[in-house]
Write a protein that binds this ligand. Sequence first.
Ligand code: ZN
Length: 270
Amino acid sequence: MADLSRLSLNTITVREQLTLRQCIEACARHGIPCIDPWRDKIAELGLANAIRHFRDAGVRPSGVCRAGLFTAGDPVATRDENRRAIDETAALGADCLVTIPGGLPAGSKDLAGARRFAEDALAELVPYARAAGVTLALEPLHPMTCGDRSIWSTMAQVLDLCDALGEGTGIALDVYHIWWDPALAAGIARAAGRIAGYHVCDWKVPTRDLVWDRGMMGDGVIDIPAITAMVEAAGYTGPIGVEIMSAADWWTRDADEVLTVTKDRFAHCV
Ligand code: ZN
C-alpha cells in the first residue's frame, strides 16, 4: 500500500477541469505533495509564474511531460524544442523529464531505421541534459503505440539505451505500458538504480479507447501492488505519478471528486 507522501498527480488526470495554477492549489488543499506537469499547462501559466506558484503552495514538480518525439518532425526544430524542455525542467527543479521517441515517420515502414534515428538524436541530447543536471526518464510505451508514438516498446530496449548512454538517462515505468510483458519481473529488476519515475493507472476490460480510456487504480486488471513491490525491491522510493487519460469518465467529473478518489485508491490499490 503506497504512502500518500509519494503521490504525484499528473496534470493530465484533470486536464479538462484544471489549469496548472488551479491544479497546484487543489493539490495543496488535498495534501498531495507532487505534480507531474505537462508542458502545455506550464506554457499556459508561464514558466516564471509556474515556479512561483509551486514554491508558494509548497507543492513540488516531479516529472515534466514531455520531450523526445525525435521521429516526428524536422530534426533541428525537434532538437531545439527538446533543449527548451530540458531548460524548463531545470528551472522548475523537477526530478526528471519524461521522454518518448515518437513512432514511425509519416509514410515510412522502416522501423529499424526509425529506431536508429531516434537513438542518434537521443545520444546528441544527453550531454545537454547532463550539463543542465536533468535526467531524461525514457518511457517505453505499449507496443500498440509503435506506429504513431513510441518505437520503444519494452523495458529491455530502453535499458539497453541507458546502458549505452549512462548518466543523464533513466527509465520511466508506467504500469499501463509494462504490465503485459512476460519479462516484467526481470525488466524491473534490471532497472535497479535507474528508475527515474513510476506511473500508475489501470487497464480496463473492455477498453473502449486505447489511449483515452485509462482506468483509475483498482478499476482494471493490473496487479498494481505486485508491480509496486517489484519497483520498490529495485530500490525506487521516489514519487509515484497518477496518470489517467480518461476522456469519457474522469475528465467529466468534478476535480475535487477525482482527487478524493485518487487519494483513496492510491492508499489502497497501489
Ligand atoms: Zn506514463
